[in-house]
Ligand binder design. Structure first.
Ligand code: PMP
Length: 402
């Protein structure tokens, strides 16, 4: 008898399972809108030209393959923090931001979860928006936190349930942790307005909640890295101490390079040094130190004014292409096909995803009859649409809802 004979088969990953089904489908019209990875107008993965240049710069410097420090490449983490908090950030100027490189956004969230579970004194409860990125739930549970939720999505309006969000944060136990998607909320594509962020900040202050921002899409939502950092910077300006997860997967297209950062704002340089020491104690037994290549690439962009400018325009290019697909899809469904229902949310939503409002039986029919794959909750990756497949997609949706 094998020692593993008691191991039960677990369920497949909800999102990566879709890619399997897509790969097995032989129909030439097939479309994969499941996974959140940017595709160009030909449906191909996109390597940003600024990233290609950065790779050349890195290679030309003939870098060695030595280990990085436990918290990563210092120039990279300094520049990543500047990108998020801004050059005018008070805690950055005071040397009071503890920051570590991470294995992309997922690794940053996990370091954050572990750090809060060990050192946050007031609560083990973390409130996540409903719905949220699916991986948030097991990630924070495995970190040792109690996962709870606050209302976020209003099914009726296919918009933000702002009244529900406020009521749930007001009713949260004092000191609880609240996870906020900094921009381009996944899966809904619905973000609070700046005025609503200001109100959320007030509630967080009044209830002494602890804000943990997940910023996986800086630049990807609006096309501007500054605009997309509004919520994080507003909270810091309002005097909140924050935790922040950053990912360079989407905005630099560095998915498989696994480049990210986790940071917390602290009272002063001495406190920062103590927090740094504890981050190292968390990281060292997990993976010792992070991979070096992606951080060098990202840092080559962040530290070179010309490349940085080029990169910003390429991020805007990706955001703009997605926005133009939203416009096209809305026009096809609402105006040309007269598809039953109201489709304005496709245009008003932001970022990589659109929460279409399609139900599980419609998404199933789309996969089986039209070879169009998306998550069962009706989320589509807008980046999977292009001039060549958007008409077919709109017609398929039209058929599925009639
Ligand atoms: N947070 C959110 C909201 C995400 O959508 C993602 C990627 N899908 C991540 C974090 C982490 O991604 P990665 O680990 O690839 O940076």
């Amino acid at each position: 008898l094998s020692v593993w004979s008691n191991v039960q088969a677990g369920p497949p990953d909800a999102i990566l399972g879709i890619t399997e089904a897509f790969k097995a489908d032989k129909d030439p019209r097939k479309i994969n809108l499941g996974v959140g990875a940017y595709r160009d107008e030909n449906g191909k993965p996109y390597i940003l030209p600024s990233v290609q240049k950065a790779e050349e710069i890195v290679l030309a410097s003939v870098p060695n393959k030595e280990y990085l420090p436990i918290t990563g490449l210092p120039e990279f983490t300094r520049n990543a923090a500047l990108l998020a908090y801004g050059t005018e950030s008070t805690p950055l100027k005071e040397g009071a931001v503890a920051v570590t490189q991470s294995i992309s956004g997922t690794g940053a969230l996990r370091i954050g979860g572990e750090f809060l579970a060990r050192h946050y004194p007031k609560s083990k409860d973390i409130f996540l928006p409903a719905p949220t990125w699916g991986n948030h739930i097991p990630l924070f549970r495995d970190s040792g936190l109690n996962v709870r939720s606050y209302r976020y999505f209003n099914k009726e309006t296919v918009g933000l349930d702002f009244a529900g969000l406020k009521a749930d944060l007001e009713a949260a136990p004092e000191g609880a942790i609240v996870l906020l998607h900094a921009c381009a909320h996944n899966p809904t594509g619905i973000d609070p307005t700046p005025e609503q962020w200001a109100q959320i900040s007030d509630i967080v202050k009044e209830k002494k909640l602890f804000p943990f921002f997940d910023m996986a899409y800086q630049g990807f939502a609006s096309g501007s890295t500054t605009k997309d950092a509004f919520a994080v910077r507003h909270f810091v300006e309002q005097g909140h101490q924050v935790a922040l997860s950053q990912s360079f997967a989407k905005n630099m297209g560095l998915y498989g390079e696994r480049v990210g950062a986790f940071s917390v704002t602290t009272a002063d340089a001495a406190e920062k040094a103590r927090v740094d020491s504890q981050l190292k104690i968390i990281i060292r037994p997990m993976y010792s130190n992070p991979p070096v290549n992606g951080a060098r690439i990202a840092n080559a962009i962040l530290s070179n004014a010309d490349l940085y400018t080029q990169w910003e325009s390429e991020v805007k290019g990706m955001a703009d292409r997605i926005i133009s697909m939203r416009e096209k899809l809305y026009n096809s469904l609402q105006k040309e096909l007269n598809t039953p229902g109201e489709w304005g949310h496709i245009k008003s939503q932001i970022g990589m995803f659109s929460f279409t409002g399609l139900n599980p039986s419609q998404t199933k029919a789309l996969a089986e009859k039209a070879h169009v794959y998306m998550t069962h909750d009706g989320r589509i990756s807008m980046a999977g649409l292009n001039g060549g497949n958007i008409e077919y997609f709109a017609q398929s949706v039209d058929k599925a809802v009639r």
